[in-house]
Design a protein. Structure first.
Length: 119
């Protein structure tokens, strides 16, 4: 369940601008702000059912876009690959290295860390 919310939040980050303003607003409140349907309904001046319908339609649209483009999947795969490479670079630093090799391993590790932090 938590993984689904993370995925839906990622989909919203990637493709949210393709939704209607109302769908984007309700999804941001629901997934990113963790508000309840009742809280969103009160804030937006619509019924709980209206909020749920907006969220459900938006999620369906986001999933369809992801199915066609695969951007989130590729992004996630790239992040995992960068994490593995960073771990390997960090492992190199625990080995006895000459000064030049240690500097290169540090540069590699720092570069990978910077890429991971940028997302």
């Amino acid at each position: 369940m938590a993984e689904d919310r993370v995925m839906q939040s990622l989909l919203l980050d990637f493709y949210g601008q393709l939704l209607t303003d109302k769908q984007r607003e309700t999804c941001e409140l629901y997934f990113n702000e963790d508000l309840s349907l009742a809280e969103i309904a009160e804030q937006c001046g619509i019924s709980r059912q209206g909020v749920w319908d907006n969220v459900r339609r938006a999620v369906a649209a986001l999933e369809e876009i992801e199915e066609k483009t695969g951007l989130v999947r590729r992004f996630s795969e790239t992040q995992r690959s960068l994490e593995r490479l960073h771990d390997k670079a960090e492992g190199l630093l625990s080995l006895p290295l000459d000064e030049k090799a240690r500097a290169a391993a540090n540069e590699l590790s720092d570069g990978l860390k910077a890429l991971l932090e940028r997302g």
